[in-house]
Design a protein around this ligand. Structure first.
Ligand SMILES: [Zn+2]
Length: 333
């Protein structure tokens, strides 16, 4: 453990420093039911990003050097630490700007300013009383890991009732809920995945089930929310999505997708796989069938006592329970 105060540092650097601490947390985590993967299994999955990070070392070095210089001259020492982010994070910002060091530095500064102005480093420590209600009605959640050790996030978009969503909270409150989950992903879940699978893991897999989706979802409220989320994801966590599976997509969905897809860069668009059916064969290439919920064609039922298979996995997965515990603790203070 290094001597730097981790509580003042963002997730980028915490990821490096807390790795030894996380090992003991994971080893004692008897409730997660997720086995720590053996070295032979770890090595059987080749992660092409590791190779890209190595190939881009000179750009990463320049990127980090410019950040350190900028923050040394303009801001306080705490922010200099933030410029010492890990190689993989540097690579993601560079890749998001086609390996232009100047543009990537500009983007990183914008991301840091947004983080500072919204105090994202501490968002998990602050009360958010709407959390429980939104978790019950939002039909989404983190659910275990894929074969490569990446966290899986599932959203049942077709079950969204936009009229109810609009009555429930404002767009800003829903964005706060999204940011809170993003920070959980960055500060805790990806660290845990890195320790569990023995390598740096910085991406997640997203499954969006369109079953039941109606044209009426295309309201101004929903459009504003989705576009804000896309912009924030791109700014704060570039390259954080390994794959996006849009399954059971009706034909009219292509029109909806066209409305928002121009907000995505071409690299992100290439990661989006749209399927008219459940795509179980495709999904099981990435996720073990035992780790896929029953409602997606898998075998997992996280809580055998919960008769609703959706709730069983989205509300009671080890990751959903962990996030719920964190926010409950913050709400109790
Ligand atoms: Zn499950």
């Amino acid at each position: 453990m290094q001597s730097v105060e981790t509580s003042t540092m963002p997730h980028y650097q915490q990821n490096q420093i807390l790795i030894s601490d996380m090992q003991s947390i994971v080893e004692s985590d008897v409730q997660s039911n997720i086995p720590i993967v053996s070295a032979s299994v770890q090595n059987s999955f080749f992660d092409p990003i590791d190779r890209q990070v190595k190939l881009q070392q000179s750009n990463i070095h320049l990127f980090r050097q410019q950040l350190c210089e900028f923050f040394s001259q303009h801001l306080d020492q705490k922010l200099v630490y933030q410029a010492k982010t890990d190689d993989r994070c540097c690579y993601y910002f560079l890749k998001a700007r086609s390996m232009s060091v100047d543009k990537a530095v500009k983007m990183f500064k914008e991301a840091l300013l947004y983080r500072e102005s919204h105090d994202l480093d501490n968002i998990l420590l602050k009360p958010f009383q709407l959390f429980d209600q939104l978790s019950r009605t939002s039909n989404q959640g983190y659910h275990k890991f894929d074969r490569y050790g990446r966290p899986v996030y599932i959203e049942l978009v077709g079950l969204h009732n936009v009229n109810e969503m609009e009555k429930e909270c404002t767009v800003d409150e829903r964005i706060h809920y999204h940011l809170l989950k993003m920070e959980y992903q960055q500060q805790i879940l990806l660290q845990e995945a890195s320790v569990r699978f023995g390598r740096s893991i910085g991406q997640v897999v997203l499954i969006m089930d369109m079953t039941g989706i109606r044209r009426s979802i295309a309201t101004k409220y929903f459009f504003n929310f989705v576009t804000s989320v896309m912009k924030l994801n791109t700014l704060l966590d570039p390259e954080s999505l390994a794959h996006v599976f849009l399954i059971n997509a009706p034909s009219f969905f292509k029109i909806l997708y066209a409305m928002v897809s121009n907000l995505l860069d071409s690299q992100t668009r290439n990661k989006i796989h749209i399927h008219k059916d459940s795509a179980i064969q495709e999904l099981t290439k990435y996720i073990k069938i035992d780790d896929l919920p029953i409602f997606l064609g898998g075998k997992c039922r996280c809580n055998p006592n919960e008769s609703d298979s959706r709730k069983s996995c989205l509300r009671y997965s080890p990751q959903s329970k962990q996030l719920n515990d964190i926010v409950s603790k913050a709400n109790a203070t």
